[in-house]
Design a protein around this ligand. Structure first.
Ligand SMILES: *Cc1c(COP(=O)(O)O)cnc(C)c1O
Ligand SMILES: [Zn+2]
Length: 402
């Protein structure tokens, strides 16, 4: 490991990277790796390079193990002039994270977490998740031949359970408060030598920096004004913002985009605190939204996300399920099928424009965090139909109908 430390995001207490530390023992806030101050992009053959190699200066490892890669990252940044015009902004881009090995951005953090676990000599890894973190850690655990523990909540739908089970981890349905499970897992990890890669684990957050790095490169360093991130635990949004900051430190950018934290109004603890100008989040009561991937009522990085948004001069916004479903449909019309949580940024752009928070000259990137096929129950919310006819009538059917 390079000479670098973990720092508490609140009180700045330092911790070694040579052990699996996650949260500060003084204030219980998340830890974060020190900011990188010097580094460059390692330009090479992108057809076989990994994100960990290309951006190795921005990770604390002296060498990386490419054998555990599944080809994560390097996802498309899709431009839509049509939607920019329809929504009344200068330009709109979609960072399509559904094109990752397990169909969400989570793979970026998983690979970094596992690199760290291997460096520390762990043979066991784990995560707590009912969403995309679970299949991601299970898949990478398989590839790396690590014993993998996945804790899910008891009432998880079979639709979500089997895509985890297929990788054959030790999959455990836990009966009880899901919020407590995060903290419980850290204790269990310590006692049983399991490296937990949870939603806002410091090295998982590091993986999300590569979303920012790729956006910079894909836009030839002509920076967007805003990057909109659907937010639950707060790990991804923190990583993306940190990535931009580190590229600026290294002289690759002169300006960091403003970050928009987009939540579902059925579960918006970060937005609620932001709206009330609070410093700390409160637990969202009776969370309910179609955007299950961002339904964390008490996000472990909620307070840090609030601090980050303030520093960054960003915005928090919450959108309704109706707006989310509408945006999921609009995205599909430009060929991108994201899960409901991933449609939240577009709904946020629409809302902010309508509320005049956006003026119309902005260049905006929406992060489409995961695939629509992750949650097929959302099909019901759309008016989907197919026509039907006999083969010998097909020719006249087409002529008459279209
Ligand atoms: C995990 C996830 C999020 C939220 O990311 P956090 O780091 O928990 O804030 C958003 N969208 C999708 C599809 C996810 O899987
Ligand atoms: Zn602290």
């Amino acid at each position: 490991m390079k000479k670098i430390q973990l720092i508490c995001t609140k009180c700045n207490k330092k911790f070694s990277v040579d052990k699996a530390y996650y949260r500060c023992d003084v204030c219980n806030e998340p830890l974060e790796l020190e900011e990188i101050k010097t580094g460059e992009i390692k330009d090479d053959n992108v057809l076989n390079q990994t994100i960990m190699k290309r951006y190795s200066d921005f990770f604390p490892f002296l060498d990386v193990n490419d054998e555990i890669s599944l080809g994560e990252g390097f996802t498309p940044l899709v431009s839509s002039k049509e939607l920019a015009q329809a929504f009344g902004v200068e330009s709109l881009y979609f960072k399509n994270e559904s094109q990752n090995p397990t169909w969400s951005f989570k793979d970026r953090g998983t690979i970094v977490g596992i690199q760290h676990a291997l460096k520390l000599g762990y043979k066991r890894i784990g995560t707590v998740s009912t969403g995309n973190m679970a299949p991601s850690v299970a898949a990478y655990g398989s590839k790396a031949h690590l014993e993998t523990f996945i804790f899910v909540s008891k009432n998880i739908a079979p639709e979500k359970l089997n895509p985890i089970a297929i990788y054959h981890p030790n999959l455990i349905k836990v009966d009880g408060d899901y919020g407590k499970l995060y903290f419980e897992s850290l204790k269990i990890g310590k006692a049983n030598d399991i490296y937990f890669i949870n939603s806002d684990a410091p090295f998982r957050v590091e993986g999300s920096k590569t979303i920012a790095f790729e956006i910079c490169e894909q836009l030839n360093f002509h920076m967007p004004d805003y990057v909109v991130v659907p937010t639950s635990a707060g790990g991804n949004i923190r990583g993306i913002e940190k990535g931009f900051r580190e590229f600026r430190n290294c002289g690759l950018l002169d300006r960091i985009p403003k970050i928009i934290c987009a939540q579902a109004s059925g579960c918006s603890p970060i937005y609620n605190a932001y709206k009330d100008q609070g410093q700390i989040i409160s637990r969202a009561e009776n969370p309910s939204t179609i955007a299950h991937a961002i339904e964390n009522p008490f996000p472990p990085s909620g307070n840090q996300t609030l601090r980050m948004i303030k520093e960054n001069e960003g915005i928090c916004v919450a959108v309704s399920d109706e707006e989310i479903v509408e945006s999921q449909g609009i995205l599909a019309r430009i060929g991108i099928f994201g899960q409901p949580a991933s449609a939240v940024p577009l709904a946020a752009v629409k809302k902010l424009k309508e509320e005049n928070c956006l003026k119309g000259h902005e260049k905006i990137v929406c992060v489409v965090t995961g695939s629509g096929l992750k949650y097929t129950a959302a099909f019901e919310k759309h008016d989907l139909k197919a026509l039907e006819c006999k083969i010998n009538e097909l020719s006249s059917f087409i002529e008459n109908k279209f």
